[in-house]
Ligand binder design. Sequence first.
Ligand code: ZN
Length: 556
Amino acid sequence: MTLLKLITATILTMALLSTTLIGQKPNGGNSDLAQKIARFAPTTLTADTSKLTPKDRQALDKIIAAAKLLDPLFLRQVWSGNDALEKKLLADKSAAGRERLHYFYINDGPWSRLDNNEPFVEGVPHEKPANANYYPDDMSKDEFNSWVQGLSETDKQKATGFFYLIRRGPDRKLTIVPYSEAYKEYLGPAAALLREAAALTTNVTLKDFLNKRAAAFASDDYYESDVAWMDLDSPIDVTIGPYETYEDELFSYKAAFESYVTLRDDAETAKLAKFSGHLQELENNLPIDPRYRNPKLGAASPIRVVNEVFGSGEGNSGVQTAAFNLPNDERVVKEKGSKRVMLKNVQDAKFNKTLIPISKVVLDPAEQSALAFDSFFTHILCHELMHGLGPHNIMVGGQETTVRKQLKELYSSIEEAKADMTGLWALQYMIDHGIIDKSMERTLYTTYLASMFRSVRFGITEAHGRGVAMQFNYLTDEGAIKFNEAKGTFSVDHAKIKAGVTKLTRDLLTLEAEGSYDKAKAILDKFAVIRPPMQQALDKLKDVPVDIEPMFPLAK
Ligand code: ZN
């Protein structure tokens, strides 16, 4: 599962969000629905196709055409009534009707995902069905569970598997329907388009993935194509198929279709390769007791940096995904590991449409010129790499154990904060050692300060927000973040920030090395709170968009 999707899931469960954060001001129209829509700032997402060969450029169009078919497919996965409702909404040509249709497409259904799934169309169920359209509307958990007990081992696997729907037969008994059959109308043409794209491209890894994924659409066996996806190394990077199970709120068994059609970002890929060459050096210099450093780091899991040119299905539903980890199939993960894909232009769009407006509210005017996307994104890259550094397998009381086991429910908040702080520390190390240009120092910390408000904006019940609130208050108490009481704004004390970051990095890495639940609890209890100055700043962010609504010119 992906961290950023998890954050998204938390956002979705926050019932108070719309009323407390959004307030009264409409950006688009006057209606309640227009205000809801205005939270998603329209944004063009595209990438430079000029370096693709002519054949690859044609292949890209075929892939986008295949990916488009997943939008109506996903709509049908979300709710059994979506098909009829879409037709009804399409027929209503009034301004209000067009608005409803617009928001229906943003949410892939009549429930507002940012507002705890509150319905925005008359005459639909008050609660978004937990069954989605993966199971019969009237099936209970108990009915499913007792039915599964009586199945053969093979059918049990299918019934609880990613790629099989549960339906009622003519006798009202539950039965298993494979995705390949249920969604033939979409998967058949999509497979044909992927094969046409495979015939066009000269990249062997892309050709292989597209052919194998096309075959999986008909066989419901995704293993070979997931393996091919792990090996994909191509200027066109494609993720297409049934993946995440969030939409199945009954059991989390069933996978939703989605696509991310992307182009590889060569500059960022080169930057990653450069950083990767320094990981052992960074580990050897971590600000902790040398006996806690790892003399030989294992292989890091691969990271791809790409720019999205089209997204569909669950990959373009509600809040936009900025990064994901796949595949989810445990067999593939065991053999090949998993891959992290970072959607750089999505991050860039969120930076422009949400972080810059946030900074105008929370930062001292003098600091606002020190905001830079390059610093923002490079820190996110480093954050990901730093998850691989520091203590993981540790000894506590003579026993081998892991940091995760020892810190229990506090682990995620501490580990995320560790990746944030060690990421800043590592960037400073690389600046000091000439690996990164010194100019980044001017923007790095201020950009991070603004991004902290973006992280805690959705609350501190979720691990990442909680870890960020802790960092914020810790650094404030070190004098590294200053509060301007008269203006209600914040700034970085550049004379103190490096020492503050190093000190917190040391504290977090040390408590991880010791596997100390008590120290983790103490630092979170003391610092992971929202103090009044931060609350006042957050209250002023009501009118800042929550996310983006992408427009894809290459899919026109
Ligand atoms: Zn992380």
